[in-house]
Design a protein. Structure first.
Length: 334
């Protein structure tokens, strides 16, 4: 069966309403909204109540409200938002000062604009903020002609969709034979590296590097415009971690925060990594006989306390990131 045919079968499943939509909102001036409306005039749709306009592009549905708020929703809302970044309202209402976050500093590692619409690699990780469970990292290679189809399938930021949908989408990606590379840093190894002085940033760096290297081997000579890493630290820090292990940044590597909102390859990586994390959590729960919880909340402390009581503290090194404050808090319950 062809790629397209297999995909349409899967799309059919997702049209039945299992997907939620990724969205970003941003404040704009009235003038900026008028400019936007004019630019989108060929793709305008009926606007909802209280809206100045609504437009639909291949990347997102854009709705601008009288209040100046503009909502970008869809598979790649960031791609549309990016077009208007220069117009984004920067003055803080109370102080009139520009908030630091709205000042854009251009960097050598910013992805070129055409990257998202061409063959590229994207990588993302999961489990870094969760006390229980491993860190999973995945790099995915997407070709230009697959992008539209993957968007239609509902591939997007894994944080915007339910665990069940993530598992289904991840399975669909694997069945479509989209080239990817996945690595799981299990808790024992994680705790060992941490005890040897590795920061989580260094672990993530080495994981991203490893999955990207493996993926490059897998795709052989297939052409790509670049490699996009969902940014978790400054590129200079990333490079420093690499060089501390005798590695160097791969050619055409770019970094950007919230990259999953812009790049379908990063979004696909986030889906496969998250699915792997969810499956690992189920596996570990089965092993210890207690349902482990995601995150690092007080409920997590209570589960850790129960585990120490039943199995002894040593069990944590196999299923948890023991340097998190949760370990200490759990002991407080004993
Ligand atoms: Mg990420």
């Amino acid at each position: 069966m062809s790629f397209r045919k297999r995909l349409y079968i899967i799309i059919d499943v997702f049209r039945k309403g299992v997907r939620k939509i990724a969205q970003i909102t941003q404040q704009f001036t009235k003038e900026a909204i008028e400019t936007m409306k004019n630019k989108y005039k060929k793709v305008l749709e009926k606007s909802p109540q209280g809206a100045v306009f609504r437009a639909r592009t291949q990347d997102a549905v854009i709705t601008a409200y009288n209040s100046g708020k503009v909502l970008f929703q869809g598979a790649s809302p960031g791609v549309e938002l990016e077009k208007w970044s220069a117009f984004a309202s920067v003055s803080d209402k109370k102080t009139g000062h520009k908030p630091a976050s709205s000042v854009k500093h251009y960097s050598l590692y910013d992805p070129p604009k055409n990257l998202f619409h061409n063959n590229h690699i994207g990588s993302d990780e999961s489990g870094t903020g969760d006390y229980f469970g491993p860190i999973t990292t995945c790099a995915v290679y997407v070709t230009k002609d697959q992008i539209k189809l993957l968007k239609e399938m509902g591939i997007q930021d894994s944080k915007a969709i339910s665990d069940q949908t993530i598992l289904t989408l991840s399975k669909a990606l694997v069945e479509l034979k989209i080239p990817y590379s996945l690595m799981i840093l299990h808790n024992e190894k994680y705790n060992d590296l941490q005890a040897r002085g590795w920061s989580q940033g260094k672990m993530k760096t080495m994981l991203h590097h490893a999955v990207i290297e493996r993926l490059l081997q897998k795709i052989d000579d297939a052409p790509y415009e670049g490699i996009l890493v969902d940014q978790f630290c400054q590129p200079t820090v990333y490079k420093k971690h690499l060089s501390s292990e005798g590695k160097a940044l791969l050619d055409k590597t770019y970094f950007m925060t919230k990259a999953e909102n812009y790049s379908i390859a990063v979004a696909a990586g986030s889906v496969i990594a998250r699915a792997s994390f969810v499956k690992e959590m189920d596996r570990l729960s089965e092993i210890v006989g207690i349902e482990l919880m995601k995150g690092a909340s007080q409920k997590v402390d209570e589960i850790a306390a129960e585990l120490i009581r039943k199995k002894g503290e040593a069990v944590l090194s196999k299923i948890a990131k023991v340097h998190f404050a949760n370990t200490k808090k759990a002991k407080g319950y004993l």
